[in-house]
Every structure is written in structure tokens, then in C-alpha cells.
Design a protein. Structure first.
Length: 110
């Protein structure tokens, strides 16, 4: 298994339910289903509420929520690379929902 190359998350967009479209600074991108995190442990409990779940932002290349919950970029990158075929640069990710760009709440891209 290849070692993670310290890529930063630069874009996150809500698609539906627990699914986000995410993109890293090397243009690796795709959909990730974060349902396993919603409600898993005290820190992720507030994410059960879809309204709160959609309040994600990107902080220092990491997907984060206002209550301090976060998911490490290396885990998100691993989730993408476990898929049969992550999106490649220039492909449309599908429906546009809430967007998060690094540096802005719910509009997260650097």
C-alpha cells in the first residue's frame, strides 16, 4: 500500500444524505459516503442532524465541523482510493449541493 503523500483537501461539496464530493490539491476527487461517522461517538453525534452535517468547512486541509469534529485528510484520501475509479480532473462530479472551499464555511475550496 502506498504511503499517503500529504495532500490537502481543497474542496468539499454536499451531494445528498451523508455523501460529499471532495477534491484534493493533486486533483484526486470523488464522492465519499460518511454515514459511518454520523452519530459514531460523542464528537460525531451532532452530525446525525443533516442541517448540522452540512455545516462542514475545510480547516488546514481537513474536513471539520463547528463542534470540533473532523476527519483526517489521509482517511478521506484513502476512502477515495479504495473506490474502483475516483474522479479525475475535468470530470463533472454530479449534482451540486452545499459547497465548501478551504477558507469559507460551507463553501470550501482553497
Amino acid at each position: 500500500m502506498a504511503m499517503w503523500d500529504m495532500n490537502d483537501l481543497v474542496e468539499a461539496r454536499w451531494v445528498e444524505g451523508s455523501t460529499l464530493f471532495i477534491r484534493f490539491d493533486d486533483d484526486t476527487a470523488g464522492h465519499v459516503d460518511l454515514s459511518e461517522y454520523r452519530g459514531h461517538g460523542a464528537i460525531f453525534e451532532p452530525l446525525r442532524d443533516l442541517g448540522f452535517f452540512k455545516q462542514f468547512s475545510i480547516e488546514s486541509g481537513t474536513l471539520a465541523w463547528p463542534n470540533g469534529a473532523d476527519i483526517a485528510p489521509e482517511r478521506l484520501y484513502e476512502m477515495l482510493n479504495q473506490q474502483e475509479r475516483p474522479f479525475v480532473r475535468g470530470e463533472m462530479p454530479g449534482p451540486r449541493g452545499t459547497v465548501a472551499d478551504a477558507g469559507s464555511k460551507n463553501d470550501v475550496s482553497e
